[in-house]
Design a protein around this ligand. Structure first.
Ligand code: BES
Ligand code: MN
Ligand code: ZN
Length: 502
């Protein structure tokens, strides 16, 4: 797929040559000068006249008319060198690879050094190239009998760089590609409809991951879930004909099972709302209610590839939320694995119920730090919109580390408050310890607060991805549909994690 070389010659033959362009810079002059000898100064003219633009986000294609070895040149506008960030660079590569795919190019070469700035080295640039390549060319095939002609993706990309060691570039490319691929796996899980991806299917998928990467795997069946007293998880499954699965993957990258990071992902394969039923419009799209589980599994794939020196336990409670004569109902009181009793006021607030037992089970497996990811509330969309994941925490140090990772991954998040008053609302029930739905006001916050009750004193971060797990519009790094959001944030967080507070 990627070939790394250090000896670029203008005469080298490629279908397409890719060059980064900064606005009015010496680097531009230098890069262009070598080529422009062959073009007799015409490139500089095109640039001057604005036919080739170095503005950020511009992709300019020219044919070389046989003047150099490559048939075409794609110039990637990068704006002013000092303004370029890693995120903007990755987006630009995304746009580039979409263009390359559209042009049905099978092979290309990229002059990596032309994308390097004072802040962004060639190894970072290599990571951005391969991550963007995987993300931007992702497509979900779907189930049409007559599929469109399969899009031809680029098969070989030669990466030329003179400033870094070839092996180092190669390994950065491998890492970036792993991040992209893990995210794509998460996207696919989310895009598959609920009839074709049941809790059993997710469990089987987790088993396959475990086999491939040597994770320890535990799938709790209904009987064991009952024995462990996971009454909150079971209540949500009660109306279903599909058996529930509590899925556990363990990755041990340290000598001792210590400083364990627990990743917990909501795995509702379809959310009807139960007896607090959703509207006919609100119910469409609820196959994506396992976006948290997908992010955790995607991150585990990246962890399996990169093998960081960390310990991770992933816990995924999976079921659908259905309606039948046996389904749980508003007013029911259920007992969670922690022993805490819960008055059900709304069966559509099911995510926090399955997560409650999953968090308790992660602690049971020795998690010392917790991050949960869930398509938890419509409220987070009202609060933050569709681009920003909502975050809550009981520990600012842990949150800082998650935030740092989200910044690096280009997956923005914003913290919502967790005050005593919010906790009081969750604890307000006449007949149980907690209630699962204290009302519409700030409901993203009380949903998070509810999960926090089960994390207790363990450092915990909650990520509500209801708004960010899917998108209705195509973007630089992917198509419309599932985004795979938080896959890369979680994996980066794990990779860079520093234990604290012992
Ligand atoms: N799965 C939904 C949240 C959701 C909404 C995800 C929109 C993706 C897009 C969740 O289980 C839910 O139904 N939440 C309710 C909670 C309410 C009943 C307290 C909500 O947000 O409306
Ligand atoms: Mn719901
Ligand atoms: Zn839900």
């Amino acid at each position: 797929m990627f070939l790394v070389k250090d000896n670029f010659q203008v005469s080298n033959v490629h279908e397409c040559l890719i060059i980064g362009l900064f606005e009015r810079s010496e680097k531009f002059e230098g890069n262009i000068a070598v080529l422009d000898e062959k073009f007799e100064g015409q490139l500089a003219e095109l640039f001057k006249s604005g036919d080739i633009s170095a503005k950020l986000g511009k992709i300019n294609k020219i044919h070389s008319l046989g003047k150099i070895g490559s048939k075409r040149i794609l110039f990637v506008g990068l704006g002013k060198e000092k303004n370029l960030t890693f995120e903007k660079l990755r987006d630009s590569f995304g746009k580039l690879f979409k263009e390359v795919t559209k042009n049905k190019l099978q092979e290309a070469a990229i002059l990596l050094d032309s994308f390097v700035t004072e802040k962004i080295g060639s190894l970072d640039a290599a990571h951005a190239v391969s991550e963007a390549f995987a993300l931007a060319t992702y497509r979900f095939e779907g189930y049409k009998q007559k599929s469109n002609e399969p899009e031809k993706n680029i098969k070989e990309l030669t990466v030329y760089s003179e400033v870094s060691d070839e092996d180092e570039i190669e390994s950065s490319l491998t890492v970036g590609f792993a991040f992209g691929k893990g995210t794509n796996s998460a996207r696919t899980l989310v895009n598959i409809p609920g009839n074709l991806l049941t809790a059993t299917d997710i469990a089987n998928y987790a088993k396959e991951l475990a086999e491939k990467y040597n994770f320890e795997v535990e799938i709790l069946e209904k009987e064991e879930i009952q024995k462990l007293g996971m009454g909150a998880f079971l209540a949500v499954n009660q109306g279903s004909t599909e058996p529930p699965k509590m899925i556990v993957l363990k990755y041990q990258g340290k000598e001792q099972w210590e400083d364990v990071i627990g990743l917990v992902g909501k795995g509702i394969t379809f959310d009807t709302g139960g007896y607090s039923i959703k509207t006919k419009d609100g119910i469409v799209g609820m196959k994506t209610d396992m976006g948290g589980a997908a992010a955790v599994l995607g991150a585990m794939e990246i962890i399996g590839e990169l093998k960081p020196e960390q310990n991770v336990v992933a816990v995924i409670p999976s079921t659908d939320n259905m309606i039948s004569g046996s389904a749980f109902k508003p007013d029911d009181v259920i007992t969670s694995m922690s022993g805490k009793t819960i008055e059900v006021l709304n069966t559509d607030a099911e995510g926090r119920l399955v997560l409650a037992d999953a968090v308790t089970y992660a602690l049971h497996h020795g998690a010392n730090y917790l991050v949960d990811v869930a398509t938890l509330t419509g409220g987070v969309i009202t609060a933050l919109g569709l681009h920003t994941t909502g975050a809550m925490t009981n520990n600012e140090s842990l949150y800082e580390q998650v935030l740092e990772a989200s910044f690096e991954a280009g997956e923005p998040m914003w913290q919502l408050p967790l005050f005593e008053k919010d906790k009081e609302r969750v604890r307000n029930s006449k007949i149980a310890d907690l209630n699962n739905s204290p009302g519409r006001e700030g409901h993203a916050i009380v949903a998070g607060a509810f999960i926090g009750e089960f994390a207790e004193k363990t450092p915990w971060v909650h990520l509500d991805i209801a708004g960010t797990a899917t998108t209705s519009k195509e973007y630089d790094l992917g198509p419309a549909g599932a985004t795979g959001v938080m896959t890369r944030t979680l994996a980066l967080f794990v990779e860079c994690f520093e234990p604290f507070g012992k």
